[in-house]
Design a protein around this ligand. Structure first.
Ligand code: DX5
Ligand code: ZN
Length: 219
């Protein structure tokens, strides 16, 4: 099943609860929450307190993408705030395996995120422990960037790697996805699609989510 995960990074933060309700009613499958620390990426967004507040206004699965250095220090706070899944960047910690174990122990889904230039090999010894891989298809830090074409090959390689491994692991794609290229990434093997500006910068949020879903299946 293909899932659409609108990213609140492109939402109007002055009306966050309403903006979340709009995607929830519009058919979003997950809510993608981008956490940036100004170290790992050159931008700063939100932390656990904001997540704790929005948790009261939404039943959507909260998919928390940590673009922060040393994520192990904060994993527990994000889970306590209401995260349902946590993505940690392999590049942001020297203890990736430990981070994943921490996430699992706290009872939420563990996911590994990779920057565009990071090889897939870093996944080799953690495949057993993760439920999703997040491939960045732009350099992390900002919404509204352009999809990096070489990432289509990377999605295909990851799909093959997961199939060879023989376990169901979701492939999430994040950055530069819209109506014009969603089919390119789903055809390559992606099944969880983050869309920030494509959803929130459109005049018809629900219509865009539905259109993304149909196009994702090549319809
Ligand atoms: C970028 C973030 C993305 C971002 C995607 O660092 O991880 O989730 O919100 O935004 P769009 O869909 O506009 O590229
Ligand atoms: Zn993200």
């Amino acid at each position: 099943m293909i899932k659409i995960a609108p990213s609140i990074l492109a939402a109007d933060f002055a009306h966050l609860a309403e903006q979340i309700k709009q995607v929830e009613e519009g058919g979003a499958d997950l809510l993608h929450i981008d956490v940036m620390d100004g170290h790992f990426v050159p931008n700063i967004t939100i932390g656990p307190p904001v997540i704790e507040w929005i948790r009261r206004y939404s039943d959507l699965e909260f998919d928390v993408h940590l673009m922060i250095d040393n994520p192990e220090k904060y994993i527990e706070s994000f889970v306590n705030a209401g995260a349902d899944s946590i993505s940690v960047h392999a590049e942001a910690t020297v203890h990736l395996h430990r981070c994943i174990q921490m996430i699992k122990k706290l009872g939420v889904k563990a996911c590994v995120a990779l920057n565009p230039s990071t090889p897939l090999d870093v996944l080799d010894y953690v495949m057993d422990d993760i439920e999703m891989v997040l491939l960045m298809t732009v350099n992390p830090g900002f919404g509204g960037q352009t999809y990096i074409p070489a990432m289509t090959r990377k999605i295909e390689s990851l799909k093959k790697k997961i199939d060879d491994f023989g376990k169901q692991i979701d492939i999430q794609i994040d950055g530069g996805i819209g109506l014009d290229n969603i089919y390119e990434v789903t055809k390559a093997g992606a099944n969880v699609i983050v869309a920030g500006s494509a959803v929130y910068r459109s005049d018809d949020i629900a219509g865009t989510i539905q259109a993304l879903k149909s196009l994702a299946y090549g319809e």
